[in-house]
Design a protein around this ligand. Structure first.
Ligand code: DGT
Ligand code: CA
Ligand code: CA
Ligand code: ZN
Length: 585
């Protein structure tokens, strides 16, 4: 029994309990589900060795949950969950993925219309039957249809955050096997796209048969789509596909160029090649002018070993993989005008960090210590404020206490001696009318203030834009946090006029956030617009846990995809330089 399966079971049970308004338990089941999902030891092994008591050593697992895990491991079932499933055989997990649908609504949908799954729901909503349920109405029905559409569009895509480390590990293991000379993850992953359809790994090897066997052994999979000496493709047990292709060493560069994509970039490049008298394909760059017959029909193979040589012979700069989306990079490369992108690892500080003062998991000190270990020299503590009650948002009194605590931490020798600095900040809420939920007088005392929308997402575009613009006009708001409110694979952006927001950012000197967590907000295309307008960016991890600093890399990736240079990003500066860029209060 895999941990992932157990984790799923507890998430499902949590949803059913929430549906029945049972207090506390749903949250603790959810926490157990999260812990099981990231647990490195198998719960089943722990149980076999140490019994139910051993299970209680898992974070978030107490006596009650340990007994339930044991029940599942012994009988393959949890009685309580089976009863719920019998009483209400709905796909509650999928249904609650629809934005705006909670467990209680699933109960209503089942009670009134016997809706079991997404398909039933879509059908009923299209027929206008959902609007008829008391408390639903036509507007909610419309929102539900929108939510289903969004889910469908995200289907089969995975977060870069999750997939990237897996793909890197596979490439490393392949190389370590000694069976391959090169192993490089290509495709959207190499371009660092925010979501990934599948993993494409290119290898060069003299022993393709053995390398493919090794690959099949390495990737835990539930299905083999195809196995051959040049391509093998599987569906991993985690649900995504992994392809591996063997390409000859002497054309590795051409193949890497081709399989890195994007398709649109390739088409653009191939057209350019043709204009210059070449033929470009995954098998190499060929001169149309003849020569000895290698590969493509009487044409001469001219460049292929490295990707660099392909671009060089075409006479253009080599665009970094993040730029290869046919957004003008080939034209810029022709003119030698590609930007020098912000390098990975170049952030000196993190500008959005939550702690156990609100919904973060670790203390201010723990977050400071960890970020310092990871090479940062400052972080801004930006816990939520008053209006976000469910996170225990801080009011003025608690914020003042936190500021004193930060002074205490900064004065400790471990931080003072290395000039590490914890900045005082907050993530204040932008209310419906654009006002903020913390008094100006206190905001003026903070080092850095981020403001964001966390409620009333469904406003007209005009009203939402006005609301945000008003907040940006505050002399205290330094950064607009997650400007569009989207959530990858979960929630669409609210409606707001990005052009107007960028203009206002430029006018007021407000920075725009590049939130590197699952929000990825701003997205690459908007980052590009902000960069072009000369607006400052703030890349941050939105950490709620000390392991979250790893997200920063993916924020940098999106900034690179938005053509940002180091100078466009405030927190590539040291703390003094950074503070100097903020609004003068
Ligand atoms: P994904 O997996 O949906 O996130 O996106 P990609 O970009 O990884 O796409 P994928 O896995 O279908 O193919 C990998 C690369 O192979 C793609 O980026 C470019 C290249 N490629 C695939 N199909 C075509 C094609 O029809 N024409 C050209 N020129 N290139 C292609
Ligand atoms: Ca792919
Ligand atoms: Ca693929
Ligand atoms: Zn937020």
């Amino acid at each position: 029994m895999a941990n992932r399966e157990l984790s799923r079971i507890f998430s499902e049970l949590a949803l059913y309990l929430e549906m029945d308004s049972i207090p506390f338990k749903p949250r603790s089941y959810e926490k157990a589900a999260e812990a099981l999902n990231v647990l490195s030891d198998e719960a089943e092994e722990i149980y076999q060795k140490e019994g139910p008591k051993g299970l209680e050593g898992i974070p978030g697992v107490g006596k009650g949950i340990a007994e339930k895990i044991a029940e599942y491991l012994e009988t393959g079932k949890i009685h309580e969950l089976e009863q719920y499933r019998k009483k209400m055989p709905t796909d509650i997990e999928k249904l609650t993925l629809v934005e705006g649908i909670g467990p209680k609504m699933v109960k209503e949908l089942w009670g009134y219309l016997k809706i079991k799954n997404l398909k039933d729901l879509e059908k009923a909503a299209r027929a206008g039957r959902v609007a008829g349920i008391p408390g639903f109405g036509p507007k909610k029905e419309q929102n539900i249809l929108q939510g289903i559409g969004f889910l469908k569009r995200s289907e089969g895509r995975w977060l870069l955050h999750e997939i990237y480390p897996v793909a890197q590990r596979y490439a490393e293991e392949l190389k370590a096997s000694g069976l391959v000379r090169q192993a490089v993850p290509a495709g959207s992953l190499r371009r660092m796209k925010e979501t990934i359809g599948d993993i494409d790994i290119l290898v060069s090897t003299k022993q393709p048969g053995k390398a493919m066997d090794f690959f099949l052994n390495m990737v835990p999979h539930e299905k083999v789509w195809g196995k051959g000496r040049t391509k093998t493709s599987v569906r991993s047990t985690q649900g995504f596909d992994v392809d591996v292709r063997v390409v000859p060493e002497n054309v590795f560069g051409a193949a890497l160029q081709y399989f890195t994509g994007s398709k649109e970039h390739n088409v653009r490049l191939r057209t350019l090649a043709a204009k210059k008298g070449f033929k470009l394909s995954e098998y190499g760059l060929f001169s149309a002018k003849g020569g000895s017959a290698v590969g493509g029909k009487g044409k001469k193979l001219v460049a292929c070993k490295t990707e660099k040589s392909v671009y060089r012979i075409l006479g253009i700069q080599e665009p970094e993989p993040e730029l290869r989306e046919d957004r003008g990079e080939v034209q810029a490369a022709l003119l030698g005008k590609l930007p020098k992108l912000i390098p990975y690892g170049s952030l000196k500080g993190d500008l959005q960090v939550q702690t156990d003062w609100t919904d973060g998991r670790h203390s201010i000190e723990e977050m400071a210590r960890e970020s310092k270990k990871q090479g940062l020299s400052y972080i801004a503590i930006t816990d939520h404020t008053r209006d976000l009650a469910m996170t225990g948002g801080l009011d003025e009194k608690k914020l003042r206490l936190q500021m004193a605590e930060i002074d205490r931490i900064n004065s400790k020798s471990e931080f003072r001696n290395s000039r590490f600095r914890v900045l005082k900040g907050a993530e204040v809420n932008i209310r419906k009318d654009g006002s903020l939920d913390i008094e100006d007088e206190l905001l003026a005392k903070l080092d850095v203030v981020g403001a964001s929308v966390h409620s009333n997402f469904r406003m007209s575009k005009n009203d939402m834009t006005k609301r945000i613009v008003r907040a940006m006009k505050s002399p205290h708001v330094d950064i607009l946090f997650h400007p569009t409110g989207r959530w990858l694979l979960k929630r669409e952006a609210y409606e707001a006029d990005m052009e107007e927001i960028i203009r206002e950012a430029q006018k007021t000197g407000t920075a725009l956030e590049v939130n590197a967590s699952v929000r990825m907000d701003l997205k690459d295309a908007d980052i590009r617009k902000a960069v072009e307008a000369g607006v400052k960016l703030a890349i941050d991890s939105d950490a709620h846990d000390k392991s979250h600093f790893r997200f920063l890399r993916f924020g940098i990736a999106q900034a690179r995809r938005g053509w940002a240079k180091a100078s466009d990003v405030m927190n590539t500066r040291d703390v003094v330089g950074f503070l100097g860029l903020l609004k003068k209060k």
